[in-house]
Design a protein around this ligand. Structure first.
Ligand code: UTP
Length: 297
């Protein structure tokens, strides 16, 4: 039976160690990408795909996240007083985007553990998971396509990206079989952060999932894996190996633009790529960037 998906879960409780000290007192999901925190792009994407109920899994620095999606009376009053309606609109936009709920992950014991914290809120229905530090360009469709496939197959859907074999050790990697649909593959196995030699393919999982509620029971019994963390990939591997439990696992192959803002180099690239294309910044940034790049050794 297909179920209309309305809930999005956004894990944002990781320690963000790659960004220390910037993330000492602030979650990495709050780092600005041009002029919006990364997490706002992710919430906007969920809303654009029709998911209006957002549950954020927060960690030790949750205040900044909660404040961002809440009203700030003083700021709103000052902007109003100054007649700065355009900025007031931008400030209110984040607040009015979606109904945002929060749950704490006491200890960051891994992505699988973070997703398990959503069990009470989600209940027994399929739901989407969007990683708060992974941005999909809003000109390229991914989540809506995954939700569509979930409705057709009543299965778990992951997002796959073909990556260079030299970087497979940074991802969960899938064993795949072709299906009758060009951008959809069947996932028969998954391995978290394999070496280049042990990787079953170069199809890597990126931060979008449409999950069946059966994932919760499996996560309850998933032992800590790579890095001593409870890995979502390990729970998905159980589903891929036992398709009778909840319809198995399929992958939507994404060929669009994706920015991993949890990685310092990708974060810098994301800001440049997004800013050069903006109408307000691009016209000044593009010629400067060309001039700057000319002198680079
Ligand atoms: P990452 O592994 O990229 O996040 O997790 P991290 O551990 O914060 O990063 P580094 O390696 O220390 O820099 C992917 C996503 O899962 C969330 C993170 O917030 C991120 O959005 N996460 C990870 C949790 O919510 N809880 C966890 O226990 C681990």
């Amino acid at each position: 039976m297909s179920f209309k998906i309305t809930k999005a879960v956004i894990p944002a409780a990781g320690l963000g160690t790659r960004f220390l000290p910037a993330t000492k007192a602030m979650p990495k999901e709050m780092l600005p990408v041009v002029d919006k925190p990364a997490i706002q792009y992710v919430v906007e994407e969920a809303v654009a795909a029709g998911l209006t109920d957002v549950l954020m899994i927060t960690g030790r620095n949750k205040n900044a996240l909660e404040n961002h999606f809440d009203r700030v009376g003083e700021l709103e009053a000052t902007l109003l007083q100054k007649g700065d309606i355009e900025r007031l609109r931008k400030v209110n936009y984040a607040t009015d985007l979606a109904e945002v709920h929060y749950v704490r992950q006491g200890d960051p014991k891994g992505l699988g553990h973070a997703v398990l914290r959503a069990r009470m809120h989600v209940g027994h229905e399929p739901f989407a998971v969007l990683l708060g530090d992974d941005i999909i360009d809003d000109r390229d469709v991914l989540l809506a396509r995954m939700i569509e496939e979930q409705g057709l197959r009543n299965a778990t859907i992951v997002a796959l990206l073909e990556v260079d074999p030299s970087v497979v050790h940074m991802y969960g990697v899938a064993t795949i079989e072709a299906t009758e649909t060009d951008d959809v593959v069947r996932v028969t196995g998954l391995v978290e952060k394999p070496t280049k030699e042990n990787a079953p393919s170069n199809y890597a999982i990126i931060g979008r999932y449409v999950l069946q509620p059966e994932i919760f029971d499996i996560l309850e019994h998933t032992k800590p894996g790579k890095g001593g963390e409870i890995q979502l990939t390990d729970a998905l591997e159980t589903l891929a190996a036992n398709p009778s439990i909840a319809g198995g696992v399929y992958g939507v192959v994404f060929r669009g633009r994706r920015y991993d803002t949890g990685d310092r180099l990708d974060y810098i690239k994301a800001i440049v790529q997004l800013a050069v294309e903006r109408d307000d910044l691009g016209p000044d940034l593009r010629p400067w960037l060309k001039e700057f790049a000319k002198d680079l050794k």
